[in-house]
Every structure is written in structure tokens, then in C-alpha cells.
Design a protein around this ligand. Structure first.
Ligand code: GUN
Length: 295
């Protein structure tokens, strides 16, 4: 039987509808949530992500500022830009698109962002709050994955979630969120990665499999248990001469084969990607509400 397709695009639209109400009520109180997105360099994938984030702001009527800097921008210059955004009352969220050019220390940059404007949830203060279950900002992709599961009727409670990939952006935080002692979480979580022995035997024990290792179509049908829920976080551009543009996007999962075995699966594109963007909007609106309360 073919799996149910979990549409991130549809779930993201539901969340956008909810956000429209919150945004209208903030605007009535004189506050327009504002997001600054900083891009250093000309990486085409990053350019496309940054464009999508700006468009999402525009569509919801948020204030947005996209700041593009050349690849040879110095670390000091970038830190000074962050200082000015930290001090700007129109800006409630600051996102520095990663990866940064090699000569810039990513951790130093993240540390400079005001934790109250860190809508990516990457600042160590917010990472710490996430781990201990305190309210801060949850990182967008992992939080989006949790929302997607809950809203499509998949309760992680008591399930074995296997996360393949241990990045700071997805693997580690999605594990931290789903293991929390609370509704919508309470999962048993295993993190597997490139050094894991006998990976397939571990992925086959997953009730919910999260593929986030950044390797095109790596998860094959024989690595998935019959009836598992599969969340594909991958976004890989592969050459395809038969496609109009000469390439197409694929995930970390061999979608066509795995969909015949899973009970539910996210597509690429249209799965996790739209969720990441809408959760960024949600964090920006949340930050604006908190700023208003603190006034
Ligand atoms: N690069 C890939 N994903 C992300 C993300 O969620 N936030 C930022 N800032 N950079 C990224």
C-alpha cells in the first residue's frame, strides 16, 4: 500500500492562517513584527532560501529587511551589523543564513545575536533553554517537524524515533525536542550518524524515521520498517537532463521506493521545507509579542 503523503505545504498554510490573526492583533496595538535576514556571499541555495524567507514575510505583511553582503565581508563588519540589528526596535528577529564563508567564525556570530531576537534558536542560551524545556526560541526545522507530526495525527509519545544526522541545525535539536517530557513529544530517541555501526538495523527499528544527513536518496526501502512514518529533511539538487532546468530536488530518502513501505511520508519539495519557513514566521511573531509584553 502506498503511504499517506504528509503535505508540509498544506500544514504550513494552516499555521499561516493562525498567524494572520496574531499579526492583525499586534498591528492593532501598533506593532508590525520585523525580520532581518543576513546573507554573506553568493551561494545559490542560500540565495534561494533567503528569497523565500523575504517572500514569506511579505505575504504575511511582516516588516522584512534582507541584507546581502559580499563573500569577503570581514567578521568585524558582520558583528557590527548584528549590533545595529540588535538595537533596531523595528527588528524582532535576526537570521544569519548559514553556512558563512570560512574566514568567519559561525559560533562567534551566533553568540552576538540578542537571544531575544534569535528566531533561529541557535544561540547557546536558546539551545540550553530547549534542552531543559524552558520557553525560548525553538529552531525552525526541528520544531516544524514536531508540528507536522502532531498536525498529521502522528503522536510521538512512546514511539521509537530514529534521527539519522547529528547537525546542530536539525539532528541534535529534533532529538532534544521529541524526547522532552511533554505532550507532542515523550518519544524514545536514537541519533544515528555516519559512524554508526549497522545503520540499517537501527533505522529498521524506527516507528518514526527522520532523515537529516544531507545525502541524496540515501534511505532505501530495505532500511525502513513496514508502516513507519518517514520525515525527509534532505534538500539535494541533482542533475537531471530530462528536467526543464537540468536539475531537480530530491530528499535524503528514496521516495518512490520508500513510499510503498511507509505508512506516511513527507515529499521533497513540499514537505519539511515550507514548515521551516512558516516556523520562522511564527518565531518572529512570537518575538514581537514578547517585546510588546516587556514594554
Ligand atoms: N542554513 C540551513 N538551514 C538554516 C536555518 O534554518 N537557518 C539558518 N540561519 N541557516 C540555515
Amino acid at each position: 500500500m502506498s503511504a499517506k503523503i504528509i503535505s508540509g505545504a498544506e500544514i504550513a498554510e494552516q499555521i499561516r492562517q493562525e498567524l494572520r490573526k496574531d499579526i492583525a492583533s499586534l498591528k492593532e496595538k501598533g506593532v508590525t513584527p520585523g525580520l532581518a535576514v543576513v546573507l554573506v556571499g553568493e551561494d545559490p541555495a542560500s540565495q534561494s532560501y533567503v528569497r523565500m524567507k523575504g517572500k514569506a514575510c511579505e505575504e504575511l505583511g511582516l516588516f522584512s529587511q534582507t541584507i546581502v553582503k559580499p563573500a569577503d565581508t570581514s567578521e568585524e563588519e558582520l558583528l557590527a551589523l548584528i549590533d545595529s540589528l540588535n538595537a533596531d526596535p523595528r527588528i524582532h528577529g535576526i537570521l544569519v543564513q548559514l553556512p558563512l564563508p570560512k574566514h568567519i567564525d559561525e559560533n562567534k556570530v551566533i553568540l552576538r545575536i540578542d537571544p531575544n531576537k534569535d528566531v533561529d534558536g541557535f544561540h547557546p542560551i536558546n539551545v540550553g533553554k530547549m534542552l531543559i524545556g524552558e520557553p525560548g526560541f525553538l529552531p525552525c526545522t526541528p520544531h516544524g517537524i514536531q508540528e507536522m507530526l502532531i498536525r498529521s495525527g502522528v503522536d510521538p509519545e512512546g514511539k521509537h524515533v530514529v534521527v539519522v544526522g547529528r547537525s546542530n541545525i536539525v539532528g541534535k535539536p529534533v532529538a532534544a525536542i521529541l524526547v522532552q517530557k511533554r505532550k507532542g513529544a515523550n518519544a524514545t530517541v536514537t541519533i544515528a550518524h555516519s559512524r554508526t555501526r549497522d545503520l540499517a538495523s537501527i533505522t529498521r527499528s524506527a516507528d518514526i524515521l527522520v532523515a537529516a544527513m544531507g545525502s541524496p536518496q540515501f534511505i532505501k526501502a530495505d532500511m525502513v520498517r513496514e508502516g513507519a512514518v518517514v520525515i525527509d529533511v534532505g534538500s539535494n539538487r541533482i542533475d537531471d537532463p530530462s528536467a526543464k532546468r537540468g536539475y531537480r530536488w530530491v530528499g535524503d530518502v528514496d521516495f518512490e521506493a520508500v513510499k510503498e513501505k511507509a505508512s506516511a511520508i513527507t515529499p521533497v519539495p513540499g514537505g519539511v521545507g515550507p514548515m521551516t519557513i512558516v516556523m520562522l514566521m511564527k518565531n518572529t511573531v512570537l518575538s514581537a509579542s514578547r517585546a510588546l509584553e516587556a514594554d
